[in-house]
Design a binder for this molecule. Sequence first.
Ligand code: ADP
Length: 175
Amino acid sequence: MVTLTAVHGDITTQQVDAIVNAANNAMRGGGGVDGAIHRVGGPAVLEDCIVRFPDGLATGDAGWTTGGDLPSRWVIHTVGPNHAAGQRDRSLLTSCYRRSLEVADEVGARSVAFPLISAGIYGWPKDDAIAAAVETIAGAATRVEQVRIVAFDEATFEQVREQIACAAEAGVGGQ
Ligand code: ADP
């Protein structure tokens, strides 16, 4: 079973096998966490995106590149639904977590850090973005052993921690 923990901080500093990027369909970098990951990962991440994803990536799907200069060996890129632009299908958001863990299994990553996909520029309501992350990760059939949800600000971190504790009490994983 996955051990799920909340972390307050910057995902680009996480010492894990793979970090997940909240990318966009074009897969050529962007703002928010995507910009931070490309900045710290360096040009190798973008070069790999171009080679491995010539046509970009569909919403709800995931795929990997090198981690470049990041502490993590892989970046798993996933594209969340853009709530702000009217994409409100929740199964696309849960698919991001499921597909990312499948890709982690493909490369053999045992520890993975996620940001809160779609919860920034894409405007998914924070409470539900956290609920979707926690319930999908806790319920996933995966060989990944440790998952961190990395929250950038203190208030979000507290919310993530509470939801993980609730899920653990309900017996669906967590710590
Ligand atoms: P999206 O376009 O999918 O909404 P964003 O990057 O705008 O993606 O935001 C996703 C989440 O990542 C937000 O909760 C935002 O606060 C958070 N975030 C932004 N930068 C970082 C970072 N360096 N580390 C961790 N989380 C981050």
